[in-house]
Design a protein around this ligand. Structure first.
Ligand SMILES: [Zn+2]
Length: 377
């Protein structure tokens, strides 16, 4: 059985206990994480923030400067007495990351980002509905376009793909791409000779919202696209579940009153109510747009209430087309959650649109590399 927490799921927090053999790597990640969160800090600031000793911090910073990941950025100007402190920050251009998004079945996309997650170049390939080995070939090709465009050494490649992906980056099943038990991580790593990390697209998206958006460490991200899926962070750690299928909520039947037929053969699945193709199809045939969107939001609220009640997340972020999700749909989802949950639970819950938009999976794939390779999340 592969481990339930993937390589990119480590959490680096002050106070987390590490084995002695891992202490140095852990502390190094702690320093990087602190710089990533705060931007510019002195060695003394880092010691204060991390709880590490000044000596340990100086030692780790020396190693990070030697490796060119961290640079000195002049001295703090101010009125404090004594020697002015030298300021440090992560050199965002020390290394680049390639992010890949395979979740749009008509177009595969890739990008180069710097260590702050700023997108530097984007690339895309039309898939013409390719599946099976041809889709693998196109995935490798769009990845290679970005790898060639990077102008700094590569930290690694992250891939967000539809389907169920285990913690080693094997796509267990992705019906729309015709993939099953496909070792995508190994295939790409063998070809590109750089570290590669592969995750489900909703799991990539939740990592983007956490690292580059407004997300907290207890976050449920619902991705509404061709299907419906969720990425789950609890205590800052992504959860894949016993069979790597946590968050596969699209084919959960919502309610006991039937509903629209679903591609899976059942009726009233969340996807049948809420996926973008389902919604657009129904909206094209009705004058009562508001009622359709409200009903979709209500079904989302019904599906979410027991999940939020179980996990005690503090936020739900919904990612997808704003023209469908914003307004009646999200309002109805919030209303339904209120009706169905303990007041204390929903009062503390924030429901909102994701702060990142169409490049959320691309940037999330890069966030996965940052987490796996540097311990920054
Ligand atoms: Zn279904």
């Amino acid at each position: 059985m592969p481990p339930a927490v993937p390589t990119w799921g480590r959490t680096i927090d002050r106070g987390t206990k590490a084995l002695p053999s891992q202490a140095r790597e852990h502390n190094r990640s702690l320093v990087l994480q602190t710089l990533a969160v705060h931007g510019t800090l002195s060695r003394a600031d880092i010691a204060r923030e991390t709880g590490l000793t000044r000596v340990t911090v100086s030692d780790l910073v020396a190693e990070l400067i030697e490796g060119a990941l961290v640079i000195e950025r002049g001295q703090r100007t101010g009125s404090r007495p004594g020697k002015p402190a030298t300021l440090l920050e992560i050199d965002k251009d020390a290394q680049h990351i390639v992010g890949v998004d395979l979740s749009d079945l008509t177009t595969f996309r890739s990008c180069v980002v710097d260590l702050e997650g700023t997108v530097l170049t984007t690339h895309e390939l039309a898939t013409d509905g390719a599946t099976g080995p041809e889709a693998v070939r196109l995935a490798a090709e769009v990845t290679t376009l970005a790898v060639r465009a990077a102008t700094a050494p590569l930290l690694g490649v992250g891939v967000g793909t539809p389907g169920i992906v285990d913690s080693r980056g094997t796509v267990l099943t992705a019906p729309n791409l015709g993939w099953s038990d496909l070792p995508l991580q190994r295939l790409l790593a063998d070809e590109l000779l750089v570290p590669v990390h592969v995750a489900n697209d909703a799991n990539a998206a939740v990592m983007a919202e956490r690292r580059f958006g407004e997300g907290s460490g207890d976050l449920l991200l619902i991705r509404v696209g061709g299907g419906v899926g969720a990425g789950i962070l609890v205590d800052g750690v992504p959860r894949l579940g016993a069979h790597s299928a946590a968050g596969e909520i699209g084919h959960v039947v919502v309610g006991t009153d039937g509903g629209p037929p679903c591609a899976c053969g059942k009726a009233g699945c969340l996807e049948a109510w809420l996926s973008v193709p389902s919604l657009r199809r129904v909206l094209a045939g009705t004058a009562d747009r508001e009622r359709v969107l409200e009903e979709a939001g209500r079904r989302l609220g019904i599906a979410m209430a027991p999940v939020v009640g179980t996990l005690d997340v503090s936020e739900i972020a919904i990612s997808g087309p704003a023209d469908l999700l914003d307004g009646p749909l999200i309002d109805a989802a919030v209303r339904t959650l209120r009706e169905r949950m303990l007041a204390a639970s929903h009062d503390a819950l924030r429901v909102r649109l994701a702060s990142l938009s169409e490049d959320i999976v691309l940037r999330g794939s890069a966030a996965i590399v940052l987490a796996a390779e540097l311990g920054i999340s």
